[in-house]
Design a protein around this ligand. Structure first.
Ligand code: COS
Length: 386
């Protein structure tokens, strides 16, 4: 039922269509299980099967000379996985976000040490940026990494860390103090069993995913843990987010497409006032709005992905627009789906009830909608000629 005509858009090449079709078949066969009672176990299993069946290879480039992250492929994979399972999308995406700083900025040694393992699902990655007092304001990060003899010593806290508690390593952003604010941050690879790193708290949220607050106390890492140069942490974080924010929009798109599928089934199958729900103009109005929001979101998501893949140095504005519009639109689409499902729409475990819980965090993580508006406005204002 899902509209696949977008795959004919000029943003895509035949390799993209092939991946989308192959994953659609794979997801139907492998993601039927919806009961994720033990979310850590379910997430580990998902990483393992996504690695086994080679989907994780797309999250980080391999050895090939011309291999690099292809954002259109990442987006197509996320939207397909999200249509089937929010947790499968999460498992795939966080592997990419966590490994992102290494694949984009890491040394050969760092890439060789970690990427073969994240690409096969043998190691779980995490991206540790947010802190209790700085989630949106990255330049204000307080976690410190002090140079101490041979290496660095980390002290501070990180929170809302996806894969926190199950990750094998964390890419941690900390203040090394080369300059005030954004220019004084650096990125480090910290292994989960590094002394001084502790899971301070596991966090429960409305759509369960592995999440934690981390504490660093005199956590010593070797100089080889530093990604790129000291002082480059802000740029590393932002460049990684510029890639992955577009894919958050793609996940939202997958949720919205699923909500529309469920709604069409409901509208055709349920009768009211002697006719199918779909005959009511009020319902048709909802369906038209849902389809329109989905296509508009898809255009922004794949425009951003295509622009990056074509070699643009920065896609900050395009990625922010894609994430902002697609996540907000998906929330509206899913809300309409719940409304059309009536009481069933709020029954625990119903697909649209699950989507209603899944979508909410996407408007917050990797840059809240409000931050995306700041990013877009700054970019547009910067074009004003004085
Ligand atoms: N790519 C590369 N460089 C970037 C960049 C990007 N996307 N965005 C900013 N920079 C550069 C700027 O060009 C600037 O460089 P110069 O000092 O050389 O001029 C520097 O980084 C600082 O940028 P800026 O002044 O814009 O930083 P601000 O502190 O004002 O804020 C925002 C930037 C709000 C956009 C940033 O903090 C942000 O994205 N916040 C949300 C973070 C987030 O996603 N949190 C969720 C945690 S991950 S789940």
């Amino acid at each position: 039922m899902t509209d696949r005509s977008f795959l004919k858009w000029p943003f895509f090449e035949s390799r993209h269509r092939e991946v989308a079709e192959r994953l659609k078949t794979w997801a139907s066969a492998n993601l039927a299980e919806t009961d994720h009672g033990d979310v850590d176990k379910a997430c580990r299993k998902l990483v393992s099967v996504l690695g086994r069946d080679r989907w994780l290879e797309f999250t980080a480039p391999g050895e090939g000379k011309n291999e690099r992250i292809d954002v259109r492929t990442l987006a197509l994979i996320r939207e397909t996985l999200a249509r089937h399972s929010g947790l499968a999308d999460f498992a795939f995406a966080m592997q990419g976000l966590g490994a992102g700083p290494i694949s984009l900025f890491g040394s050969i040694e760092q890439r060789n040490a970690w990427l073969p393992r994240t690409r096969t699902g043998k190691a779980i990655a995490a991206f540790a940026l947010s802190e209790p007092d700085s989630g949106s304001d990255v330049a204000n990060i307080a976690t410190e990494a002090r140079r101490d003899g041979n290496g660095f010593v980390l002290d501070g806290e990180k929170t809302w860390i996806s894969n926190g508690g199950i990750a094998d390593f964390y890419v941690v952003f900390a203040r090394t103090g080369e300059a005030p604010g954004a220019r004084g941050l650096s990125a480090f690879i910290v292994e989960a069993d590094n002394p001084g790193l502790e899971i301070a708290e596991r966090l429960q949220v409305i759509a369960p995913h592995p999440l934690a607050r981390l504490r660093f106390e005199r956590c010593r890492v070797a100089p080889a843990a530093l990604i790129g140069d000291a002082g480059e942490g802000f740029k590393i974080a932002m460049t990684t987010l510029d890639v992955f924010r577009t894919t958050v929009g793609a996940a939202a798109l997958g949720f919205a497409r699923r909500a529309l599928d469920e709604t069409l089934r409901r509208a055709a199958g349920r009768h009211l006032f002697g006719a199918p729900l779909a005959d009511l103009q009020m319902v048709q109005g909802h369906i038209a709005d849902m389809a329109l929001e989905i296509d508009a979101a898809a255009l922004l998501v794949y425009r951003a992905a295509w622009t990056k893949d074509m070699g643009a140095a920065r896609v900050t504005r395009e990625a922010a627009m894609a994430k902002l519009f697609a996540t907000e639109a998906a929330q509206r689409v899913i809300d309409a789906a719940v409304q059309i499902h009536g009481g069933d729409g709020v029954r625990s475990g119903h697909p649209v009830e699950t989507l209603y819980r899944e979508i909410r965090a996407l408007r917050i993580y990797e840059g809240a909608s409000d931050v995306q508006k700041v990013v877009i406005a700054r970019s547009v204002l910067s074009t004003v000629e004085h």
